[in-house]
Design a protein around this ligand. Structure first.
Ligand code: ATP
Length: 237
């Protein structure tokens, strides 16, 4: 479904963030993208989403293809329309708007199907239904994470990419977020890429694992081949 080949990215023309990455997410799979701080996980997701020109990041080499069609050079809106949604770290939404307004704003590209889609999204996030009229800025970190994932789902993606969804959340909230990812994958057959530093719960739902280290793929393996000790060794290498 998604195929990234020979991807190299530099920031400000000098900082090498990715160095010849090959990466694939096959249809209907959950792919864990692991690596320590600065390994290049966010950069890879942003490169796929077409966001690097807005971050002073420059793809110096490499290709991205989605269902066989090249995404290279396409703007973020066109990539979103092709079925890819990225939930960046930082839980970006309109904090002064309500939960409902944020969800509806996210679906502006699909105005016709938006109310059916809203029902579907709320069925996955009952907490958002409860807080539809609450200002987003008043939500807890976990609730905000649910909101931004819900907003991405309003775009009706076939590939959902989540950048460090567990950051700063309590273990219970992390558990809830990954339960939802698992259900999206199971019920809707959605392909999901989750970037994290290390989350044991993610290992339980992942079909494939990539470990990045200093902008390169240090390991690509099934989750059963990876344990905490092996990860630590890769992170320190
Ligand atoms: P984290 O877990 O901290 O988010 P990451 O694996 O997602 O890390 P990236 O954020 O992709 O890693 O960073 C890869 C490299 O690129 C790092 O050296 C980082 O400092 C650098 N970098 C990232 N964004 C920028 C930017 N906007 N401008 C300059 N350098 C950047």
């Amino acid at each position: 479904m998604l195929k990234v080949s020979g991807m190299s990215v530099r920031y400000d023309s000098v900082i090498v963030a990715l160095n010849g990455i090959d990466f694939e997410a096959a249809e209907g799979r959950v792919v864990a993208l692991l690596g320590p701080n600065g390994a290049g996980k966010s950069t890879l997701l942003k490169a796929v989403a077409g966001m690097l020109p807005f971050e002073q990041g420059d793809i110096s080499d490499g290709r991205v293809a989605f269902n066989g069609a090249s995404l290279s050079g396409k703007p973020p809106a066109a990539i979103t329309r092709s079925g890819i949604a990225l939930v960046q770290d930082g839980r970006q939404c309109f904090r002064n708007l309500t939960v409902g307004e944020n969800l509806r704003a996210a679906s502006f590209r699909h105005p016709n199907g938006s109310s059916a889609r809203l029902d579907l999204v709320l069925s996955y996030f009952p907490i958002l239904e409860e807080f539809l009229d609450r200002q987003a800025g008043l939500l807890s970190g976990g609730q905000l994470q649910m909101l931004v994932i819900g907003m991405a789902l309003m775009l009706q993606p076939r590939l959902l990419m989540l950048d460090e969804p567990s950051l700063g959340l309590s273990p219970v909230m992390v558990q809830s977020v990954f339960e939802i990812v698992e259900r999206l994958h199971r019920d809707l057959g959605m392909t999901v890429i989750v970037a994290e530093q290390t989350v044991p719960r993610l290992m339980q739902i992942a079909d494939d694992v990539y470990v990045l280290s200093r902008g390169r793929v240090a390991l690509h393996a099934p989750p059963g081949d990876i344990n905490e000790e092996r990860l630590q060794r890769l992170y320190l290498s």
